[in-house]
Structures are given as structure tokens and as C-alpha cells.
Design a protein around this ligand. Sequence first.
Ligand code: ADP
Length: 402
Amino acid sequence: MIAPGDAVLVLNAGSSSIKFELFEVRAEAAPIARFAGQVEGIGAAPRFTARDAAGRRLAERDWAEGGAPDSHRAALAAIIAWLDGVLEGRRVAAVGHRVVHGGPDLAAPVVVDGAVMERLRALAPLAPLHQPHNLSGIAAAAERFPGIPQVACFDTAFHRAHPWEADTFALPPEFYERGIRRYGFHGLSYEYIARSLEQHEPELAAGRVVVAHLGNGASLCAMRAGRSVDSTMGFTALDGVPMGTRSGQIDPGVLLHLIMTEGMAPEAVQALLYGNAGLKGMSGISQDVRDLEASDDPRAARALSHFAWRVRREIGALSAVLGGIEALVFTAGIGENARGLRARICDGLGFLGIAIDPVRNAANEREISPPGAGVRVLVLPTDEEAMIARHVVGLLRRSISS
Ligand code: ADP
């Protein structure tokens, strides 16, 4: 069913983009990335880009001549047409999909069949801005690769062993039974970091670690012995710390006020919370930390300051949940690159044993705490697509041997 030399295609279908990465299956090692790229701007001004594993740009297309893909199906067709030229006889043995929501029960990757698809569709109301697009990616890939396993990997799965206290809201139990729970997201990223710690820092992996996944979407996860104990995201990927365009945690009373007192339409509240809040909304300038750092507008400085404040607060909260930590890990676009923000986030956390070595931090070293620090602070790259590829290969190998 899957053999060394085969290809595994990983797809991450969002509202207006499909990202892809092609991996090659190896005998004794994790699958290795060969090509990656995306179609972005689906439905508006689509643009296709692709690069090789070294990051060299291999293709770029904007369909100025017409015939631009206007659906996920058409975008996938464009991706596959390009891949056909680079596959060099390799067989696509499986397609792995990033799916935001696996609900209360799907705690591991699954091969998608009709029944699974039904279950995933039923979860769409829990993640209306992501799930339907993830599922169109699966449908499009199943149509293009009939008979080839489509594997769904869930952002919620890594958090499914949360204790009940972390999983529930303070509502009557029937709400929990109805699925109104704190699911947590970014699970594929946290799992990648957990595996990376197991491989390179086994002592830390066995202990208590807070991981800060700070990208356009941002959340933090408390891990004990490589398992998620709690996380800042909740029922949706809107909770927790402020993000590029999402508000993060907000007093639910604000929403009631906006809707009931100010008469704001629920759809407008949704658009505000998901698309015009966070760094973008606060600064009025950009969702990108680089733009805000380069700006001399005081709103940019205030937005960054608030972001650092809230992330620091969550590090404290999750450290309390774990009863202390041995390591803090920064990952994703902001976590891996924004040196100034990392320093500001950690400022004042000395009481927990957290300190940053300014020279190591400025050099973006893997370990940015001073030698001998009580808590080791690491900067580790995440790779959700690689995690998906490993899951696909692992699942299909297990299904052969069982
Ligand atoms: P996504 O959630 O879309 O996968 P990423 O993890 O790629 O996002 O993070 C993207 C964000 O990372 C950018 O919007 C930007 O704020 C931040 N970022 C990327 N590179 C840098 C950098 N060199 N300095 C500061 N911030 C950066």
C-alpha cells in the first residue's frame, strides 16, 4: 500500500488558499520533503507558487491570460498539473489533509471514508471558517486520486487527553455533552515539537514544558511528558492570546453588549473577532509583526505591547497548571523570528526561572536562556506538514501489518 520511493501529498486547504507539500517515503526514516507551494487568492486573484526543499522558487503563475482557478477543485487541479511534471514516475500513494476539527472523539488520524466524511461535515458548525474548506480539499483530492487513501489529521487531536477541568466551560453539564468544550488547536504543531524534544532533549520531553506557537494564529500549550494538559484555545481557534487578525480571549459580556445593546449583527461581530481584531485591529496598520516593528505609529507599539502582555500572562497561567516548568519553547513565524517580542514576553518572568540571554536571543540561537538557567528557553521550528506526512505513513504501515 505504501513503499519507499512513493510520494505522499499533504494538503492544507484554507478559505482562499490551498497549501501543498510533497514528501518522499523512505524505508527507515521519516518522509522527506521534496516540493512545496500554494495557490492563494482562490476566488479573487489566484497565484500559484512552488519551491523545492531548499526553498528555491520553481514556479510562479498568476493567470493574467485567463483561466484562473475559481474553486478549490480547480486550484487542486492546477497543483496536480504542476506536480505531474516533477513526480518523475513517483506514485502518489496517499494524500494527508490538515483538518481543523476532529470533535470530541477523533483523537488520531483516520482514513476518510463516507462515514468519516459525514462525521467531519457534522463538525463544520464548530469551525465554520475552516472545516468546510478542509473538507472541500478532501473531496477534490478524492476525486482526482480515486482509490488512494485520504488521511485526515486533526488540529484538535493532540489535546483530547486534557483533564476534564481543562476541557469544560463553567456551564451545566448538558452543554459539555453537546460538544461545547475547550478543544484546543495547533495540535499538529505541538505534536511536532513534542517529537522533536523526544529526539533531541529527552529529559525535557519527559518533563513539563510550555510551548508558545506564535504565528498568524497563536496559542500556547502546557505539556507534561509529551502530552497536552491544557491550552489557550478553546471551543474555537478564537480564544486565548491576541493573533494577527483574531481577538483572542474577550469578556463574553462584550459580545452580548455589542449584539444586544449596540445592535451589531452577529455576522458583523464574527467578522470583527476573526478578521479585524488582534494586531491588525489594534494597530490599524497590519497583522504582521514585521510591519508593526518597523512602524513609528504609537498604535503599532501598543499592539505589540499588549500582545507581549497577554502571552506572558498565559505562560504564567500554564506554568501554574503544570506546577512549574523545565522549559519554554517558542515556535511558528513570530516565535521563531521576532527576537524583540520574545525578550518582551519573557521580561518579568524571572520569578519562574525564565530569563533570556540577549546575545543568544539576538543571534536567534536554538537555546536563548543563559547557561545554567532554571528554565531552558528554546526556539524550535515547527512543521505541521511533516507531522501530517509522518502520520500518513505510520497509519498506512500499521494498516498493512494489522
Ligand atoms: P501562519 O499561522 O499563517 O502559518 P506563521 O507561523 O508563518 O503564520 O507566522 C506568520 C507571522 O510571523 C507573520 O505574520 C509575522 O507576524 C511573523 N514573522 C515572520 N517572520 C518574522 C520576522 N523575521 N520578524 C518578526 N516577525 C516575523
